[in-house]
Every structure is written in structure tokens, then in C-alpha cells.
Design a binder for this molecule. Structure first.
Ligand code: FAD
Length: 421
């Protein structure tokens, strides 16, 4: 009797046939998290990525630039809005924008969000996706970048110096300062900027195209197509109606935004790890050394065993965290899971650092060669630090995760010790 029925085989043959290249759920393995709308979205995103991104990615990386049509295409085909929305689609956006895969906006959840980033990740590397997601306005006609970091304030966001001074007539702010390493900054005409007010507090502002804003491209070692920029604000006048939320509360909004950013950086690292497994396995099966394929050398199989155990464990942790975030009320989710999200992001970077290192090693010179068979792995090798530093670097996030775990424990036990529980 055959080990597997034709039905099971048909399901398990989704996408790449190579071991570990596809997530277990995508292959048909039972999962409590996914339904038909997720499978539909996965297929639609896969088709879109294969059609518009994969054939062009090398050219855009070489040019360190993305074409205008890409944003419009992504908006028209229903990708930009859900990417901006994250795990839920706000009610007043329902019906106003298309959604790829015809997913009902009411059904949209954290797993749909995960699938969008996961499928983009098959390009290999993060530059193109970061150029796209880092600069979104829903229609695709204008673009906005998140500009927080400054030359003297990175991890320590509260040390920022960009100042917003309210004009005497109260109609506008005058902004002076600098922002550094702004993803998609070269493609954007609007900047969501955190500023400091002399009276105290941090205010979040949208800076529209204005006199006094200048930008220049920064050549960073990875994420090449993301249009990373240095921004100068020199006496820039910004109308007061451009304040996001309440004046003085900008830091709180930014900190809460970091949770989703960290989650999606984890999604990116996971798919990059699968791409490394896929391409190095493909090479190892076909490359012969000392009279046999690389996969017949035990030391190479041992590398795959470690790469895959780390990748599959990361997949399971990500899925479990998405589920937990979706079940809790937003305030409780923020308190209970921000530390876990930070820890997961740091962990995902560590996993990818190891997996890409081994993939390059298995592929030898091909893994270090731009374009061709090793192109995706070589790009991920250059991009990996663009996943471990931005969005909170490893040291800061791991430290925060322990601090938050202690805070939760203190909160959970404070009433117990008073005999209230
Ligand atoms: C490719 C790329 C894209 C980026 N995109 C954006 C963007 O779109 N928008 C934006 O606002 N910013 C962006 N950034 C900036 C990014 O968020 C910062 O680089 C990051 O927060 C770290 O800040 P820093 O580089 O100033 O390092 P620093 O803060 O100078 O830290 C340097 C090192 O010291 C460690 N460290 C710092 N403090 C401590 C401590 N207390 N204990 C132990 N270790 C510590 C850090 O972990 C880090 O490893 C981007 C950066 C890069 C490289």
C-alpha cells in the first residue's frame, strides 16, 4: 500500500517541492489557523509576486530604485490597503478599496496579514518589499514614510532633537531637524515624523511636500531597492491639522506602531529563512562533490537539520503569537504581548543569521554571486542586518522583553498578595 493517498499528495505538492520550502499549512498539513480565504489570498499573492516582482527584482536592486507603476499596480490590485491596515481593516475602509484574493474585509485577520508579507518574501531579500510597504498611501498616488530615527537618536528614541514650534497665530508648526535611514524616503513626498515640542512632549506630524524639506539617498549594505534616505527639515511650515492624534502623545503612538512593525520583520525573516533552505537544498541535491551529491554528505544534512528545526520552530511561534494577538482586546494584547513580540523579532533575526550563513556555506561560490542561482541567498546575506537592526535592535528588544515579563508578573501578582484573588 502507498504511504500517501493521491489526495494527500495533491495537497502536499503546493508550491516548491523541496523540503522546508513551504510552510506546513500551505502544503496541506492540518492547521487550526487557516481557512479557504487564507488559501485564496496565498494563491493570489503568489501569482502577483510571480508576475510583477520576481522577473524585475534584480533590475530594481541594481538600480536601487522602484518604478512608479509598482505602487499603482499594488493599489489597484488590492495590496496596499491591507498592507497598511495590518491585522484588521478599519470599518470606514470597508468597501472603499479592493482587497487581493477577494477577501471579505470583515474576515480579514492577522493570518491574512502574515500571508501578504510571507508571499512577498519569496522574492528573496527585503529591499523591494520595504520600498513598497515603507511608503504607503492607500491609493498609490502619494507616499508616506515613517521618519523617527535621527543622527543622534536611534535606539534611544526619546533623545530626538527635531523640534516643532507652534507659530504665534497658532496656525502652523515650524520644524527643524534631521531624520536618518528613512526607508522609502527617496520615494515619498509625505513624512510621518516624530518631533519634540519646547513645552514638553513628543508630537507626531504628517509633513506634506513643503519648502525646506530636502532628502538624499543613503547607500546601505542591504535592502538596496528600499530607497533609504537622509531627510533635512529646515524651517518647514506644517499646518496644525497635520497633527496625528493628540499633541504631546506621539511617543505613545509610535511605540504601539512598533509592535506591528516588529511582527512583520519576523514574518520577513521567516520567509527569507525558507528561501535559504529552498535554494541551498536545490543546489545540494544537484551538486556533486567527491562522487556524490552534497545531500549525501552527512555534515551537509546536519546543516539542513539545524536550519530547518530553527525555521519550523519560528513558524510555530509566529502562528501562535498571531493567534494570541487576535484573541485579546487591543489594550491587553499590547500589555501582555509587546514583550513577546519584541523577543520574537530578535529571535527571528538570530534564526535568519544562522540559516543564511549555512545556506551561503552550502552553496559555496554560487551563494556569494549576485544574480542567477544564488541570487536570492546572496541578497538575503546582504539584507540580514537590515532585519536585525531596524525596528528595534536585538539588545534593546531582548532587554525590553525581560523587563516587560517582570512587569506583567508584578501586575498579575499585586492583587494576589493583597488577598484579592
Ligand atoms: C536599513 C535601515 C532602515 C531603517 N529604516 C528606518 C525607518 O524607516 N524609519 C526610522 O525612523 N528609522 C529607520 N532605521 C533606523 C533604525 O531604526 C535604527 O538604526 C535602529 O533603531 C538603531 O539605532 P542606531 O542605528 O542609532 O543605533 P544605536 O542606537 O546607536 O545603537 C548601536 C548599537 O548599540 C546597541 N545599544 C544601544 N543602546 C543599548 C543599551 N542600552 N544596552 C545595550 N545595547 C545597546 C544597539 O542595540 C545597537 O546594536 C533604519 C535603519 C536601517 C539600517
Amino acid at each position: 500500500m502507498a504511504a500517501l493517498s493521491p489526495d494527500t499528495k495533491a495537497k502536499w505538492l503546493f508550491g516548491s517541492k523541496l523540503p522546508y520550502a513551504e510552510a506546513p499549512w500551505a502544503r496541506g498539513s492540518p492547521s487550526p489557523y487557516y481557512n479557504d480565504s487564507h488559501r485564496r489570498l496565498r494563491q493570489a499573492m503568489r501569482d502577483w509576486t510571480d508576475k510583477y516582482l520576481i522577473p524585475n527584482v534584480q533590475e530594481w536592486e541594481d538600480a536601487a530604485s522602484l518604478p512608479d507603476w509598482l505602487y499603482k499596480q499594488a493599489a489597484t490590485d488590492g495590496i496596499l490597503m491591507p498592507m497598511a491596515a495590518g491585522s484588521t481593516i478599519p470599518l470606514d475602509w470597508h468597501g472603499k478599496f479592493p482587497i487581493i484574493g477577494n477577501v471579505d474585509p470583515q474576515q480579514w485577520d492577522g493570518f491574512h496579514d502574515f500571508i501578504i508579507h510571507d508571499e512577498f518574501g519569496r522574492i528573496g531579500g527585503v529591499g523591494v518589499e520595504n520600498g513598497l510597504v515603507g511608503g504607503v498611501i492607500l491609493s498609490g498616488n502619494a507616499r508616506i514614510a515613517l521618519a523617527i530615527t535621527e543622527p543622534d537618536a536611534g535606539s534611544d528614541v526619546q533623545g530626538l532633537q527635531t523640534e516643532a514650534v507652534l507659530s504665534e497665530d497658532g496656525t502652523h508648526f515650524v520644524i527643524n531637524g534631521m531624520k536618518k535611514w528613512i526607508t522609502s524616503g527617496m520615494y515619498c513626498d509625505h513624512f510621518l515624523t516624530l518631533t519634540k515640542e519646547a513645552a514638553g512632549g513628543f508630537t507626531l506630524l504628517v509633513v506634506p511636500p513643503s519648502e525646506g524639506v530636502s532628502k538624499r539617498h543613503m547607500a546601505v549594505s542591504g535592502s538596496t531597492a528600499a530607497g533609504t534616505a537622509f531627510i533635512d527639515f529646515d524651517d518647514v511650515k506644517v499646518p496644525v491639522n497635520m497633527v496625528v492624534g493628540e499633541r504631546g502623545k506621539g511617543l505613545k503612538y509610535i511605540m504601539s506602531n512598533f509592535n506591528h512593525e516588529r511582527l512583520f520583520l519576523g514574518f520577513q525573516a521567516l520567509r527569507c529563512a525558507r528561501v535559504c533552505l529552498e535554494d541551498s537544498m536545490d543546489y545540494a541535491i544537484t551538486r556533486h562533490t567527491f562522487g556524490k551529491p552534497l545531500t549525501e554528505h552527512a555534515i551537509i544534512r546536519f546543516k539542513f537539520a539545524h536550519m530547518s528545526r530553527e525555521t519550523e520552530a519560528l513558524q510555530a511561534w509566529i502562528e501562535s503569537l498571531i493567534y494570541q494577538l487576535g484573541q485579546l482586546q487591543p489594550g491587553e494584547a499590547e500589555f501582555l504581548l509587546a514583550g513577546t513580540t519584541a523577543q520574537l523579532k530578535a529571535h527571528a533575526g538570530l534564526v535568519l543569521e544562522h540559516v543564511v550563513r549555512e545556506a551561503v556555506q552550502i552553496m559555496g561560490g554560487i551563494g556569494l554571486t549576485r544574480g542567477g542561482r544564488g541570487g536570492r541567498v546572496e541578497r538575503i546575506w546582504r539584507d540580514v542586518k537590515a532585519l536585525t537592526v531596524p525596528g528595534g535592535s536585538e539588545e534593546i528588544l531582548l532587554d525590553f522583553s525581560t523587563k516587560r515579563a517582570l512587569k506583567i508578573a508584578a501586575e498579575l501578582t499585586k492583587d494576589v498578595t493583597k488577598g484579592k484573588l
